[in-house]
Design a binder for this molecule. Structure first.
Ligand SMILES: CN1c2c(nc(N)[nH]c2=O)NC[C@@H]1CNc1ccc(C(=O)N[C@@H](CCC(=O)N[C@@H](CCC(=O)N[C@@H](CCC(=O)O)C(=O)O)C(=O)O)C(=O)O)cc1
Ligand SMILES: N[C@@H](CCS)C(=O)O
Ligand SMILES: [Zn+2]
Length: 771
């Protein structure tokens, strides 16, 4: 039985790509050095997959920044504002990703958004009415040849044409991006032909949009696209890869497409196997079914017994020749290698034995194939026994269940989910208590996480600093940032989150029921990575998590200091979550822990508390039919965390990378007194949903993009605020950046915030508020 892999993490096992890219961007490394690091990572990845015994190894899954951006460059979909940079391929590439502001050039970056329901962000393709495509970036053929020279004939991987178009955005009115298909397909064919001629036996086209609700035009686009490709390359073998959900009513469409293999995600949607096995056209065809049985989105060891049952079921109907084994999706979303984890304190051996990262998942795929084959299975029986033991041990481990935690969730009442009074009453009470000016200014929480700060934590970990010295140094950073914010004239201060490695991992470390890794990095966007903590058991808050720092920061100023927490849905969404109970149950356990923290902050004198929920939107099921159920528990988990305080205490929430149109009533149902959102990259477009809904509570529409080093001018922020004023009552508007400033340097942060304060002052003077 054949095995395939859909994609492999490209950051390098020690985040080599991150380090090389960041050095290149600041001029500390040459282009040649960056490209050499990238080539080494690719080679190592291919070798790792070969050594694991994977039959079809992907290429073109590597990217210096983002695979969707690579597609835009490959297809020549380069927005007009970058035309002047076309002679410097790498300069152009990073300008599109990050914006550029140097030597008199000032060009904004392209928008970034979440890849389906993952914590991975891609660069959104931009389309205009008269969009032209041409074969521009030759990365796929170059990397195919590179692997071939290393002795590996790979399977080039692309985002399929329909998913590519649907992932993008129209930048002008008067057309639908799906109508660009006719112009796009010839360029796809040109690329695919080149790879075919170069010797690619199989080519993978990722079409995750096939698991989404598709309208008639989109369904027709699928038929048209794949017929066009088939006509142009009659002999080439193609795989269409789907993942993250059930194909459901699109199964018939997918089966009808003239390709040679369909990959389906049987972790997210195990039930869809039957739809294929019972589909007469599929059974009659020569198409291969690639079974995505090994979870590419989580870290739990595969349950071999369960997977083997699935494989046997499929082979009984289709025969072994027509069944392949694979991870459920690209392994981009998994950490690289569990073998790097050596610290028993943060990851005890018992729990480590329940886990598998990308490298281990490759072995799982291969072992499942060997176990499914009567000629090889005997050699692998001991691995099956070992696996069964680990799965059984996890099920019965005393580490997982704390009955009183479950009891507390069960005994919750309606009152636990509601503030004492409605927003209108609270708004008046808070206006009197907080005495804020019109258009109050604030920031989203984090300030630059400089190398110096990160090194302090690294030295603390290594024992080179005592906890006492570390705490003193963090305190002095807080002190400095408080003085600086006072000088800038910010109204609601933050402590800067200097003590946090990450807004989720930090809370994971403080809560029980979690374990952590030392090297379990996963790419979030570009060079930025996260190390999601792992929820293995019931969650509890053994002690206060943030009160010490917030109270200390408040003690250093007479201005308002905002307490800063991450909300239950975001903590859940950005952790690797236990798969032995519903996610909603885990969300409520976290909700209770955060509620306790919110109450403790209030008791310590913190009057404004922000509970970040940037991942609410990302957690939305891909199928609309499942939205209501999710939104009910997600909104309730937030309300549970936020509702235990008095009316005077102002609860903020913050969201970035979210489209709000279709969930606005649920955002309103969260009932935060203030919501700060990311809106600047879309030029306040996202605010429209709030305006149309007549969103009643206060809003801080981000006035500048924090993902780019460019410093926004006062004028451009005034323009954005004026746009906001057209649709939101002046009394409800806050002034703040799009998101936290942890990724920025101090110089640009200082300049940008000065300009932001000037913009707020200008607006205050020019607008009369009628309350
Ligand atoms: C808001 N965002 C977040 C998301 N998901 C999260 N889990 N967290 C988020 O904040 N999803 C959506 C967005 C994505 N945005 C970002 C933004 C920034 C980062 C980021 O900066 N990541 C850092 C890693 C952060 C971290 O864990 N830092 C640790 C360890 C730091 C480290 O590398 N230490 C060095 C030693 C020190 C040195 O020499 O520099 C080492 O271990 O080698 C810490 O601060 O202690 C990144 O560097 O990529 C991510 C997502
Ligand atoms: N409070 C966090 C929110 C990020 S989404 C920060 O400022 O980094
Ligand atoms: Zn944010």
């Amino acid at each position: 039985m054949r095995t395939q892999n859909l994609g492999y993490p490209r950051i390098g096992i020690k985040r080599e790509l991150k380090k090389a890219s960041e050095s290149f961007w600041v001029g500390k490394a040459t282009q040649a050095e960056l490209l050499e690091t990238a080539a080494q990572i690719r080679l190592k990845n291919w070798q790792t997959q070969k050594e694991a015994g994977i039959d079809l190894i992907p290429s073109n899954d590597f990217s210096l920044y983002d695979q969707v951006l690579d597609m835009s460059l490959m297809l020549g979909a380069i927005p007009a504002r970058y035309q002047a940079l076309q002679n410097d391929e790498l300069g152009l590439y990073f300008a599109m990703a990050r914006g550029v502001q140097k030597d008199g050039i000032d060009i904004s970056a392209m928008e970034m958004t979440k890849w389906f329901d993952t914590n991975y962000h891609y660069i959104v393709p931009e389309f205009v009415k008269d969009q032209q495509f041409r074969y521009f970036l030759k990365k796929a053929i170059n990397q195919f040849s590179e692997a071939k020279s290393a002795g590996i004939v790979t399977k080039p991987v692309f985002i399929g044409p329909v998913t590519y178009l649907l992932s993008g955005k129209e930048k002008e009115t008067g057309f639908n991006r799906i109508d660009l298909l006719d112009k796009l397909l010839p360029v796809y064919v040109e690329v695919l032909k080149e790879l075919s001629v170069a010797g690619a036996e199989w080519i993978q086209l990722d079409e995750p949009f096939l698991v989404m609700d598709l309208n008639a035009d989109e369904q027709i686009a699928y038929q048209k696209a794949y017929q066009f490709i088939r006509n142009a390359l009659p002999k080439q073998k193609f795989i269409i890869a789907t993942y993250f959900e059930d194909l459901d009513e699109n199964t018939k469409l997918a089966v009808s497409l003239p390709v040679d293999c369909l990959h389906i995600d049987l972790v997210r949607a195990p039930q869809q196997l039957n739809s294929f096995l019972e589909n007469p056209s599929f059974r009659k065809s020569d198409k291969i079914l690639s079974l995505g049985v090994v979870d590419g989105r989580n870290v739990w060891k595969n349950d071999f017994t369960k997977s083997l049952n699935t494989i046997v079921k499929a082979t009984k109907v289709l025969g072994k020749e027509k069944v392949w084994i694979a991870p459920s999706c690209s392994l981009l979303h998994a950490p690289c290698d569990l073998d790097l984890e050596k610290d028993e304190e943060t990851l005890p051996a018992e729990i480590k034995n329940w886990l598998a990262f990308a490298k281990q998942k490759l072995s799982e795929v291969v072992t499942l194939a060997k176990l499914s084959d009567s000629t090889t299975n005997k050699k692998y029986l001991s691995q099956l026994t070992e696996n069964q033991l680990a799965i059984e041990q996890r099920k019965v481990s005393a580490k997982i269940h704390k009955p009183h935690v479950g009891e507390r969730v069960k005994s919750l009442h309606d009152t636990d989910f509601n503030r004492l009074n409605d927003f209108e009453v609270r708004q008046e009470t808070q206006a009197k208590a907080l005495k804020l000016p019109a258009f109050p200014t604030t920031t989203i929480g984090s300030f630059p996480q400089t190398t110096e700060i990160r090194q302090l934590r690294a030295r603390l970990k290594k024992g080179e600093l005592t906890e006492e010295t570390y705490n003193q140094l963090i305190e002095s950073e807080i002190e400095k940032s408080v003085r600086w914010q006072e000088e800038l004239g910010i109204d609601v201060l933050v402590h800067g989150e200097f003590e946090r490695n990450d807004m989720v991992e930090y809370f994971g470390e403080k809560l029980s029921g979690y374990v952590f890794t030392q090297n379990g990095w996963v790419q979030s966007y570009g060079s930025r990575c996260v190390k999601p903590p792992i929820i293995y058991g019931d969650i509890e808050r053994p002690e206060a998590m943030t009160v010490k720092w917030s109270a200390l920061a408040q003690s250093k100023t007479n201005k308002l200091m905002k307490g800063m927490l991450t909300g239950p849905v975001t903590i859940l969404q950005w952790s690797f979550v236990r798969d032995d109970q519903p996610r909603s149950e885990t969300a409520f356990q976290i909700g209770l822990a955060i509620r306790d923290e919110v109450q403790a902050l209030e008791k310590a004198g913190i009057k404004v508390i922000q509970i970040d929920e940037p991942a609410i939107r990302e957690g939305l099921p891909l199928r609309k039919s499942k939205w209501d159920e999710y939104l009910r528990w997600a909104v309730n988990a937030f309300r549970l965390s936020a509702s235990g305080v008095n009316d005077e205490t102002q609860i903020h929430t913050h969201m970035c990378y979210s489209e709000f149109n279709d969930i606005i009533e649920h955002i309103a149902a969260m009932d935060a007194d203030v919501i700060t959102i990311e809106t600047s990259r879309s030029q306040m477009e996202l605010l429209k949903a709030f305006a149309d809904f007549k969103y009643p509570n206060e809003i801080g529409p981000g006035v500048y993009d924090i993902h780019s080093p460019r410093i926004p001018s006062t004028e451009e922020m005034v323009i954005l605020l004026e746009k906001a004023l057209e649709v939101i009552p002046a009394r409800n508007i806050w002034v703040n950046p799009d998101c936290g400033l942890k990724t920025r340097g101090w110089h640009e942060t200082d300049e940008a915030l000065k300009n932001m304060i000037a913009a707020a002052r200008f607006i205050r003077k020019s607008v009369q508020i009628n309350s």
